[in-house]
Design a protein around this ligand. Sequence first.
Ligand code: 2P0
Length: 358
Amino acid sequence: RELNSWVFMVTARAPTNIAVIKYWGKRDEKLILPINDSISVTLDPDHLSATTTVAVSPSFSSDRMWLNGKEVSLGGERYQNCLREIRSRGRDVVDEKSGTLIKKEDWQTLHLHIASHNNFPTAAGLASSAAGFACLVYALAKLMDIEERYAGELSAIARQGSGSACRSLYGGFVKWDMGKERDGSDSIAVQLATEEHWEELVILVAVVSSRQKETSSTTGMRESVETSELLHHRAQEVVPKRIVQMQEAIANHDFASFARITCVDSNQFHAVCLDASPPIFYMNDTSHRIINCIEKWNRFEGTPQVSYTFDAGPNAVICAPSRKVAGLLLQRLLYYFPPDSSKELSSYVIGDTSILGE
Ligand code: 2P0
């Protein structure tokens, strides 16, 4: 019994990321391989992140997981693929406190308990699966002492949990290369620039609704691939050019180009959803009003002041080039969307707007 009493655990935190060039559509559903490259900004982990503790003990009789305090099934293929891939790379580990040795082959038979928390609404289009799977894979890699030189492999493993998760393993500005290989080994994220590269950039999240979305990203993508002609035009003709332009805009701190490309790419992604049959709606009237408000402001000033982007949900992610402009933006949002002013906008709406990042 003494021998069985040890528990070895690791806790990690991973932020979510927001795509400025969107990933939408898979060419391989099992391996989660995309039909186009994407680029994202990783957010400040203090505001939107997942925290995951992974524990291993001989006293555990099965793999189990709790998400925000509720037990969830680990039976799904995505979890199983991540666990299998990580376990097969595990190394000998000595727990310094107890002196316990876990041999690399033990990872195949020892069971895991996993507890994960999000500090933001799950599945409301704020990329909770990205932070969640990135965090899980990173925590397990630390637990099993998988070397840093496997960073590309970790990204490929996180990708098999949720596509966008592969980008959350890096901070700053990140590109997910769609890759060419059939086994997905080159479909990994690479860091374009660290968070220090463009420190002045401020990201604001306007929480329009924290309700779970009706159509999951996975289903929405599948239906779009099967029925939208626009999606194929986008992947083949539009995104490759935008990827080059966006990389240049980031490298040159060119906010006007960054904002212009971010907005048109978000709009095209939602146009693809509308082009699916039956159409998929992720934005709502409030989202559209936010777009209108920003477009009018940008047009009035003659050059983009801020950018907006919406993922598979109604919440707005707004980028400003400085804290000063972010302050002006907040004033505008509070003027047009005063808290508690209408039934549609309950106190939760936009009230949750928070400034992220310095
Ligand atoms: C993105 N989204 O690039 C895009 C833009 C939502 C809109 O990645 O099926 O949760 O797990 O790979 O990663 C959301 O899709 O989908 C997403 P799966 P995922 O951020």
